[in-house]
Each structure stands twice: as structure tokens, then as C-alpha cells.
Design a protein around this ligand. Structure first.
Ligand SMILES: NC(=O)c1ccc[n+]([C@@H]2O[C@H](COP(=O)([O-])OP(=O)(O)OC[C@H]3O[C@@H](n4cnc5c(N)ncnc54)[C@H](OP(=O)(O)O)[C@@H]3O)[C@@H](O)[C@H]2O)c1
Length: 299
């Protein structure tokens, strides 16, 4: 079976290649091969290759940058909002399955009168796959646009899996621009300072990219119905709680202070709570276990 992976040099893209190569014919493209926002070129190149599965790990991830500049927001919308449509159209034409990733940041905004309140969402253990979306920032809006484009073609016969995930960490991608994860940033800061202030808010789930890549493969092979899925590691926590766990595991003698998010003003608002609840698939392990594995592999 032929699988096309887009965003191949990214943090997740690299793990997807690892998981699929060996048992599948993997074609991996990053922006050097094709710009996913180029509708005609994507259509042509996808048809030339005719994969059975297209996995899109290409994305715009600069949450704060796109809040501040119209130009950046336009780019976010092209990459997160329109590119999924280009891929969905191409997939539909050749009968391929499209796998696309979205984010917990499609949730978190104020509930309308007919929606569940945050208290109800927390009581049910997080946002379910079918809960109503309401982003609090432009990045979230751009990801929601992309979701809409994929779902829109569902009625026309598109075969699709939309996987929402959150707070990725794992080996760094091959691209020079690949973002270091929260844990990598903390490890670096921990070498520079004896004490760190870390935000004790924004509860959500960390996700280890090798676990997400493997779970993506299991989903594809499991023959589950097309639709929206939530894939995150267990153990929802705040940034502060995650930093505590990290330095407990490394044994570093660093003082971690819990602070409120207004201590670090940032251009984009963040959801105060965006835990994704997975009601359809087997749960992934707790992030603490995955973090231990990540740190051991780094040694
Ligand atoms: N990171 C998180 O915490 C997080 C949280 C929730 C959801 N997600 C979602 O998970 C998925 C994977 O994220 P990630 O963190 O692995 O992303 P990433 O590391 O930023 O990788 C994205 C890849 O896409 C490539 N790309 C960018 N623009 C492109 C274009 N126009 N045409 C073709 N390729 C292009 C990038 O290349 P360059 O490096 O050259 O730009 C990069 O290799 C995304 O859908 C993301 O929205 C991520």
C-alpha cells in the first residue's frame, strides 16, 4: 500500500515516516517537493503518485505570530484552512483516504446558551469528539476552517480521519524550523537558571509524537468508521505540573514556581481548559510514561 506523508520534515511527520516505512511504500514530501497551499500543483502531483492514503502533517503552528499580524493570519488560513481542502479534493478524485490533524485549540471559548458549560465539559472528562467547537484565538480559527473543509467533502464520498491532538512533544523534526517542544525548552532553561516560573493554568493533554504516529497507523489499520477522533496521552495537566514531572524525572535541582498566565503576557489568548476526551479509541498511555521514555532515548 502506498502512503503519502505531507509535512514530512516536521515533528510529527518524521515519526509518521518511522512508523509506516517498513510495512508500507512511503512517499514523503515537505515544502521542497510541493507547497500544500498550491491547489493545482497538489492536485497534479497527488494524481501522478496515486497513493491509497494521504496523511497531512503540514501545518502553521505560530499561535502568537498570527494573532499579531494580518499577513501571518492570512498564511495560517491558507495553510491550516485551505490546504486541507486541496488535499481533500485530490483524495476524493483518486479515492484515497485522507488523514488530517487538528488541535484542542478549536475548543475553549465561551459557551453559548445552548452549549455545554465548562463545568459540564470538565465533569464529562474533557471535550468529546462531537462537542461544539469555539476557538479563542486565530490559530484555533484557522484549524477549525481546515476541519470544516474536510468534513464538507465527507458528504461527497471523501474517506477521512480527522485527528485532534494537543501539546506535542518528542524527537525534534528534521526541518530547521521545527519548533522545540515545551519539555525541550524547559530542559534548556533548566540548564541556564536555578529557578523557573511556570504557568499553572491551561489544563490539557501532552502527546508524544511516536505514540500519536503509532495510534494513527492503528486507526488506519483498524478499519474504524470515518470521522473525528481524539488522540492524546493520558494525565491532563497544567504547564507547571508538567515541568514538575520533568525535573522529577531528570533529578535536576531546580525550583519551579507556579505562576498565573498573566505573568507572561502573550498576543494570543489560550483556552483555560482544553482537555480532549477520547471516547472512540483505546486510550494512549499516561504522558509521564511517554516522557520517561523520551528522556531515556535522549541520553
Ligand atoms: N505542535 C503542537 O503542539 C500541536 C498541537 C495540536 C495540534 N497540532 C497539529 O499536529 C500536526 C503536526 O504538527 P507538528 O508540530 O508536527 O508541525 P511542524 O513540526 O511545524 O511541522 C509542519 C511541517 O509542515 C511543513 N510545511 C509548512 N508549510 C508548508 C507548505 N506550505 N507546504 C508544505 N509543507 C509545509 C513544515 O516545513 P517548514 O519547517 O519548512 O516550515 C514542517 O515540516 C499539525 O496539524 C498541527 O496543527 C500540533
Amino acid at each position: 500500500m502506498k502512503i503519502l506523508i505531507l509535512g514530512a520534515k516536521g515533528n510529527l511527520g518524521q515519526q509518521l515516516i518511522k512508523v509506516f516505512e517498513g510495512s508500507y511504500e512511503v512517499i514523503s514530501w515537505d515544502r521542497e517537493e510541493v507547497d500544500v497551499t498550491d491547489r493545482l500543483l497538489i492536485n497534479k502531483k497527488v494524481k501522478d503518485v496515486r497513493p491509497e492514503v494521504i496523511i497531512n502533517a503540514a501545518a502553521y503552528n505560530a499561535v502568537d505570530k498570527c494573532e499579531e499580524s494580518e499577513e501571518e493570519f492570512a498564511l495560517a488560513k491558507r495553510l491550516n484552512g485551505e490546504a486541507p481542502r486541496n488535499l481533500a479534493e485530490a483524495a476524493l478524485e483518486i479515492g484515497a483516504i485522507l488523514v488530517h490533524y487538528s488541535s484542542d485549540y478549536v475548543f475553549g471559548g465561551q459557551a453559548h446558551h445552548h452549549q455545554k458549560t465548562l463545568k459540564e465539559i470538565k465533569e464529562q472528562g474533557g471535550f468529546r469528539e462531537d462537542d461544539e467547537t469555539r476557538p479563542v484565538n486565530r490559530y484555533g480559527q484557522s484549524k477549525l476552517m481546515g476541519e470544516g473543509e474536510v468534513v464538507a467533502l465527507s458528504g461527497k464520498g471523501l474517506k477521512w480521519y480527522l485527528i485532534r491532538t494537543s501539546k506535542l512533544f518528542g524527537p525534534r523534526g528534521a526541518s530547521e524550523l521545527a519548533k522545540p517542544s515545551f519539555f525541550d525548552i524547559m530542559l534548556r532553561l533548566g540548564q541556564e537558571k536555578p529557578e523557573l516560573d511556570v504557568v499553572d493554568e491551561e489544563m490539557s493533554c501532552f502527546t508524544y509524537t511516536p505514540d500519536l504516529a503509532k495510534a494513527t497507523k492503528d486507526l488506519l489499520e483498524g478499519g474504524k468508521g470515518y470521522g473525528v477522533y481524539h488522540l492524546v496521552n493520558g494525565g491532563p495537566c497544567t504547564w507547571y505540573e508538567a515541568a514538575k514531572e520533568l525535573f522529577k524525572l531528570t533529578g535536576a535541582d531546580i525550583r519551579i514556581n507556579a505562576v498565573r498566565s498573566d505573568k507572561f503576557p502573550r498576543p494570543a489568548k489560550r483556552p483555560i481548559y482544553s482537555v480532549l476526551k477520547n471516547t472512540k479509541l483505546e486510550s494512549l498511555r499516561d504522558f509521564k510514561e511517554a516522557l520517561r521514555e523520551y528522556l531515556n532515548n535522549k541520553k
